[in-house]
Design a protein around this ligand. Structure first.
Ligand code: COA
Length: 340
């Protein structure tokens, strides 16, 4: 005799908005400007070498009061206001950072509370310089599945805390800041399919000098810093990432001459130009060059560069923009977005 069949239970699944879009962007740049002359008091270098090899003239380093929390709140409040929303309407907070100093709780949970959300879902992600694009992808997916209506994505770093100021290969590059975006429902597509991935075989190219257990076991513990093997990262970024950016355009059904704005991660001006050439972007495309004044602020670099272009009037709402982030992991993510 066969076993009696157990009635199958059906559960409800959430269905969200057909599409999502970025509604507002905000940023926070630390007050302190560190120019190349100051960097050259720390390392054996010249203003000319730094400008020609990286494109950086100056960068921002946070002061003690400009914490991950403080910078995130400032950027988030601007983004929420520009989105025309109230913090209570934000139901998800995603913070991308590799420089929040607490293992737990997340930066996102306390930021959600201090912002005045009503108990928004909150979590941190670790995707280094690709973190903002990872966050946008997650927000887009959460909104389209109905898990979230208005999601806040923050990219924030205090890389100066993890920079060996005497290291010639990194001291002139890394910077601090925060950028935020509010993502909400849309009737039309405004965030294209993501092209993302990782290559952990190359994890050693950008990494912390040693893990915390080894730091603490040392006779005289030294605060760890980030090390970078710049040359292979440069080649990977200029060639492999250009291909990923081309794939992101392809997946969004947009040709290079239909793109109006290009905002790659601000890692090196030569990488930005190599990608622009590889993608065959027309000269009319507005290309973000925030690296010159901001340095490399990792997860904050794309939203800060976007904010700068919007505030200067170089770009306008509704334009089609390609963003791509890449960095330690190695990890990357890129997509086409419609500007808020
Ligand atoms: C870091 C970076 C600017 C260095 O530029 P580079 O052209 O690769 O420079 P190299 O490391 O090959 O060094 C070239 C020369 O400059 C010298 N040099 C290195 N750092 C220097 C410095 N700060 N100042 C002056 N000279 C320097 C080297 O000693 C070398 O000298 P040599 O030719 O006599 O041996 C570049 O590799 C880079 O931007 N990499 C990618 C960073 C990135 O994309 N990160 C993204 C993830 S966060």
């Amino acid at each position: 005799m066969s076993a009696p069949s157990i009635p199958r239970r059906t559960i409800k699944a959430s269905i969200g908005s057909p599409y999502a879009k970025i509604l507002g962007i905000g940023g926070y740049r630390p007050r302190r400007i560190v120019d190349n002359a100051e960097i050259c008091t720390l390392i054996d270098s010249t203003d000319e070498w730094i400008r020609t090899r990286s494109g950086i003239r100056e960068r921002r380093w946070a002061s003690p009061d400009e914490t991950v929390q403080m910078m995130s709140l400032a950027a988030a409040r601007k983004a929420i206001e520009r989105a025309g929303l109230h913090p209570a309407q934000i139901d998800t907070v995603i913070v991308s950072t590799v420089t929040h100093l607490l293992q737990t709780p997340s930066a996102a949970a306390t930021i959600a509370s201090e912002l005045g959300t009503e108990g928004a879902a909150a979590f941190d992600i670790s995707a280094a310089c690709a973190g903002f694009c990872y966050g946008i992808t997650m927000a887009d997916s959460l909104i389209r599945t109905g898990a979230s209506t208005y999601a806040l994505v923050i990219g924030v770093e205090r890389l100066s805390d993890f920079t060996n100021r005497g290291d010639r290969s990194t001291a002139f590059i890394f910077a601090d800041g925060a950028g935020a975006a509010v993502v909400g429902p849309s009737e039309t597509p405004a965030i294209g399919p993501v092209v993302w991935g990782s290559d952990g075989d190359q994890a050693n190219l950008i990494t912390q000098t040693e893990p915390w257990d080894q730091v603490m076991e040392a006779d005289s513990p030294q605060w760890p810093s980030l090390t970078m093997d710049g040359n292979p990262v440069f080649k990977w970024a200029s060639f492999t990432m250009a291909k990923a950016a081309a794939d992101a355009l392809d997946r969004a059904g947009v040709s290079p001459d239909e793109i109006e704005v290009f905002v790659p991660h601000q890692a090196n001006m030569r990488i930005i130009d190599a990608m622009r050439r590889a993608l065959r972007l027309p000269d009319t495309v507005v290309v973000a060059r925030d690296i010159e004044r901001q340095g490399n602020s990792s997860a904050a670099s794309i939203p800060l560069a976007l904010e700068a272009l919007m505030e200067s009037g170089q770009v306008r709402s509704g334009q089609t923009c390609l963003i791509i982030g890449f960095g330690a992991g190695l990890v990357y993510a890129g997509q086409v977005i419609v500007l808020p």
